[in-house]
Design a protein. Structure first.
Length: 562
C-alpha cells in the first residue's frame, strides 16, 4: 500500500472511531427503555447525568417544553440605563434558568428589545413564567410610626373632603337598618383607635358605609401597631383613592404606601383584610448587594419555610447601619412592591444575615431563593409570544421524522443498488458513514436536534447521493472512451471535484448565513445541513475514493460494476 493510500485509511479510521465514540451514548440511551432510564437515574444519578449530557439533545419541538418571547419595557429607565438593559436582563434570565435545572435551554437576544427563551422538557409553564418574568426588586423600608401615619391619614381625609365620596368610590349600602343606625357620630375617633390591639377591636360602623367627613379613614377597619387594616371589600376602593391626584398631593414626598402580600383574618365578624403600610422613601436598603439566599425550615413553625439571605461586605455595612439606627422600629421587607414580612428590629444586625418569612410552599421558597440569588431584572418584561409543546406531540414528531428519514434512505439505497450495482454499495456505505459523522458531530458539539434539523438530515441524504452520482457518471464517461479502470476512476473523481465543490460550497454559505441570523427552527435546520454538507464532501471525495482504490489497486478487476 502506497503512502497516500495509507494516510487516507488512517484519516478515515480516526473519523470513523471518533464518530462511533461520540454517538455511542445516544445509541445506548435510545436502546434503553423508560424503566431502565428511571432505574439508572435513581440508582446511579452520576452515570445518568453523564449519559444524558453526552447524548444528542432534542430540541423543543421534539422533547416538548416552553417557547417564550419576552419584551423589555425600558420606558421608565434613564437614557444611560437603556444601552445594555436587554443584555443585562438576558444574563439574569440565564442565571435563573440555570438554577431552575432546565437542560439545554436556549436564551438569546432578538432584535433591540426582545429575548427568546426556549426550555426543552419543561412542563410546568406557570412556574417557569413566574420565575423568568419576576423583577424581584427586594427592599427593606422603614415603616412610619403610628403618629406619622395618623397625620397622613388626616391629610388624606382633608384632601378628599371637598370631593363627594360617591364620585370616588362605588358605595354599596350594607342594608337599610345598619345604614340608618350608622351615622357620622358612630365612627370612633382616630385617636381612640391608635393604641387598641387588633384582637380586641370592635368596629360598629358597617364596612361599606362612607362617612363624608372622613372619606378615606372610614374605608379602614382599624390601626394595628404602626399600620392599618382594610377589609377585603374595601381594598379596591382604597387602591383607587390612593392613586387619585388628591392622594398624591396629600402623601408626603418622602413616604409611600404599600400593601401586605398576605390576607389577614378580620377581628370579630369573619372575613379577611389586608394590612396597609406607610413606609419611608429615605430609609431604604436595596437587595442589590445580596450574595446568597436559601430556603430553610422556620424554627418556630417547622412545617413552614422561610428564606435566609446573606449580604456582601458593602451590603452588610449598610444593613448594620440601618438596623442600628432604627432599633425598636418595624421594617417592611418588600418584594416587587408587596410587603412579604414586617419584623421589628430588636438589635443591630452587624453580619448582614437575615430571613424573609411568609406562608411559602416548598416550591415557592426555592423559587424565591433562586430569584434573589440571580438578581433583579433591570426592567419589567412582558410575554409577547408563548407556545407550549407537550411531550406526546414531541414523540409524534420524532416518530414521523425518523420514519421520513428511513423511507428516504431506503428509496435512495434501492435506486443506487439497482442503477449502479456494486458501485451503488460503495455509495450506500459512504451515505451511512455520512450519517454516522453527522450524528457524532451533533453529540460532540452539544447541538440540539430539532424537527427542521431532521429535515436537514433528509436533505443531506439527497445531497450526499448527488455527489456520488456525479462521480459515477464521470467514471462511466471515461469507461466509454475505452480507458482503463484505474484511469477512469482517477479522471472521474478529478473532473467531478470542481462541480461537487461549487455546489456544496454555495449551499454551505447559505447554511452558515441561516445559522448566524436565524433563530429556533431555522438554526436547527442550518446546523444539520452544514454538518451534513461537510460530511458528504468527505465521504464522497475521500471515503468512496479510498474504497475504489482498495478494490482496484491489485489490477485483477477487469470490469467495473457501475
Amino acid at each position: 500500500m502506497n503512502r497516500g493510500l495509507r494516510f487516507k485509511g488512517i484519516i478515515v479510521l480516526i473519523i470513523l472511531l471518533g464518530s462511533v465514540y461520540f454517538l455511542y451514548p445516544t445509541l445506548r440511551r435510545v436502546s434503553m427503555s423508560a424503566e431502565e432510564l428511571a432505574r439508572l437515574e435513581l440508582e446511579q444519578p452520576e452515570k445518568y447525568d453523564e449519559l444524558i449530557g453526552e447524548s444528542i439533545k432534542l430540541g423543543l419541538d421534539l422533547s416538548g417544553g416552553m417557547h417564550l418571547v419576552l419584551e423589555v419595557d425600558d420606558s421608565q429607565l434613564k437614557d444611560d440605563e437603556k444601552a445594555d438593559v436587554v443584555d443585562r436582563a438576558r444574563e439574569i434570565i440565564v442565571n435563573r434558568v440555570d438554577q431552575f435545572g432546565v437542560a439545554e435551554p436556549t436564551i438569546q437576544k432578538q432584535g433591540a428589545k426582545r429575548i427568546l427563551v426556549q426550555l426543552p422538557g419543561l412542563q410546568d409553564a406557570e412556574r417557569a413564567k413566574r420565575l423568568i418574568g419576576q423583577t424581584a426588586m427586594l427592599e427593606w423600608r422603614l415603616i412610619r410610626q403610628q403618629q406619622e401615619l395618623a397625620a397622613v391619614l388626616t391629610s388624606l381625609d382633608r384632601a378628599f373632603r371637598e370631593v363627594h365620596a360617591d364620585s370616588l368610590v362605588e358605595v354599596e349600602p350594607a342594608g337599610a337598618d345598619s345604614a340608618a343606625a350608622a351615622g357620622a357620630d358612630s365612627i370612633p375617633a382616630m385617636d381612640s383607635l391608635l393604641m387598641r390591639p387588633l384582637e380586641s377591636m370592635s368596629i360598629d360602623v358597617p364596612l361599606q358605609t362612607v362617612d363624608k367627613d372622613k372619606p378615606f379613614t372610614s374605608m379602614l377597619v382599624s390601626f394595628y401597631r404602626d399600620w392599618v387594616l382594610v377589609a377585603e371589600e374595601n381594598v379596591p376602593r382604597v387602591r383607587r383613592m390612593l392613586a387619585a391626584p388628591e392622594a398624591q398631593q396629600a402623601i408626603p414626598k418622602d413616604s409611600e404606601f404599600f400593601w401586605d402580600e398576605e390576607w389577614m383574618p378580620m377581628p370579630e365578624g369573619g372575613g379577611r383584610g389586608k394590612f396597609l403600610f406607610l413606609t419611608a422613601k429615605d430609609e431604604v436598603i436595596s437587595g442589590s448587594n445580596l450574595v446568597n439566599a436559601n430556603p430553610q425550615p422556620n424554627p418556630e413553625t417547622p412545617n413552614q419555610l422561610l428564606v435566609s439571605f446573606q449580604f456582601n461586605r458593602k451590603g452588610a455595612r449598610e444593613f448594620a447601619r440601618f438596623t442600628g439606627e432604627n432599633v425598636g422600629r418595624y421594617t417592611a421587607i418588600l418584594l416587587d412592591g408587596k410587603v412579604r414580612s414586617y419584623p421589628i428590629m430588636r438589635t443591630k444586625i452587624p453580619d448582614g444575615q437575615g430571613v424573609i418569612e411568609g406562608s411559602f410552599t416548598d416550591q415557592e421558597a426555592r423559587d424565591l431563593a433562586i430569584v434573589l440569588r440571580a438578581g433583579a431584572l433591570p426592567a419589567d418584561m412582558f410575554i409577547i409570544e408563548e407556545r407550549t409543546v407537550g411531550p406526546s406531540l414531541g414523540s409524534d414528531s420524532i416518530r414521523m421524522g425518523v420514519r421520513a428519514a428511513l423511507f428516504g434512505l431506503l428509496v435512495v439505497v434501492l435506486f443506487m443498488l439497482i442503477y449502479y450495482k456494486i458501485s451503488g454499495i460503495i455509495a450506500t456505505l459512504a451515505l451511512l458513514f455520512n450519517l454516522l459523522i453527522l450524528g457524532g458531530l451533533l453529540a460532540y458539539l452539544g447541538a440540539s436536534l430539532t424537527l427542521p434539523g431532521i429535515a436537514g438530515i433528509i436533505l443531506t441524504i439527497g445531497m450526499a447521493i448527488d455527489a456520488n452520482v456525479l462521480i459515477f457518471e464521470r467514471i462511466r464517461e471515461e469507461l466509454r472512451k475505452a480507458k482503463t479502470i484505474r484511469s477512469s476512476i482517477d479522471a472521474g473523481y478529478d473532473r467531478a471535484f470542481t462541480t461537487i465543490l461549487d455546489a456544496n460550497l454555495t449551499t454551505l454559505i447559505t447554511a452558515v448565513v441561516l445559522w448566524q441570523f436565524g433563530t429556533g427552527p431555522i438554526k436547527g435546520f442550518a446546523t444539520t445541513l452544514s454538518i451534513g454538507i461537510v460530511a458528504s464532501m468527505f465521504t464522497a471525495l475521500v471515503f468512496s475514493r479510498l474504497v475504489f482504490d482498495l478494490w482496484t489497486r491489485s489490477g485483477r478487476v477487469k470490469t467495473l460494476s457501475i
